[in-house]
Design a protein around this ligand. Sequence first.
Ligand code: NA7
Length: 317
Amino acid sequence: RPVVTRPETQAIDMNSRSNTLADRDIVPSEQTFGFLGLGMMGSTIVKDLIYTKHKVVVWNRTIDKCQPFVDAGAEVKDTPMDVVEAADIIFCCVSDPKGAKDLVFGNCGVLQLKDLRNKAYVEMSTIDPETSMDIGEGIKQCNGRYLEAQIHGSRQEAADGMLIILAGGDRTVFEECHSCFKTIAKNTFFLGNVGNACKVNLILQTILGVSLVGLAEALALADRFSISLNDIIDIFDLTSMKSPLLLAKGKEMAKGDFNPQQPLSHMQRDLRLVLNMAENLDQSMPVTSITNEVFKHTKRLGYSEHDSSAVFSNFYP
Ligand code: NA7
């Protein structure tokens, strides 16, 4: 089996700006915003919040990642609890539901503060509705306000300020986050109760995951016939099936360029969350189940940290 090398981790470019920012006429909120989690998404978001003059306090598990943000004007704290103490509205953007829960319920977590009066907590990590409801309940019991604000989009879309925000929970928090959301997103939707935004986000991820596996399988068949993948993509572009995303992913598959825009491990995590959600409803999801298996296997081949388009690699012996 060929050795799969991990994709290079790209350092955040603190000087890059999305072209869209200049046109958005952003008046920053006076409130102080906490930010937990400076991964690829979190870093990109915080960089733009600082640029648009929001007051930001940050924390990341690997503390070294905070330094460029401190240099750019953010304050850094030692624990999530310290961030909550210093901020009015706290965003969280970590890998998965377990990480999201740890930051709220764990040692030195948000709830250690006990009294969250005048504080609001905004969950941006991709999570399932049940986790979101648990977090929301915990925050509410300490008198805090809670909003789930799921971010839909790739790392490039985050860098371009073109995310879509799907929100549910406390509407006043949604409104108070207006200048932040305007900085990072092209559209924001308020979808009602806690859980609704998570459901919509995961449903969109289901469409994406299933489409990527279909695309990968079809392109692999073309390759077996020695038909040029670029020809297939050019013809696909002329059909009514075309979509910007599938075209981009098809090109990545043809080139074998799996630079992570949406890591494959995140895609598989989302499919797992979808299947758990459907299981509780006895909803049959045969295609998503197989799609999940395909992504799981691609992870085993070593492509967890590559882009989801690396699912193409699954179809080679
Ligand atoms: P990355 O770049 O993989 O970053 C993940 C971040 O989550 C990073 O800051 C991690 O800290 C942090 N993390 C992961 N697990 C934990 C736990 N258990 N405790 C504390 N912090 C944790 O992901 P992205 O930025 O692309 O995506 C983040 C979310 O946005 C994800 O849910 C997407 O679906 C949307 P580290 O730096 O490793 O110490």
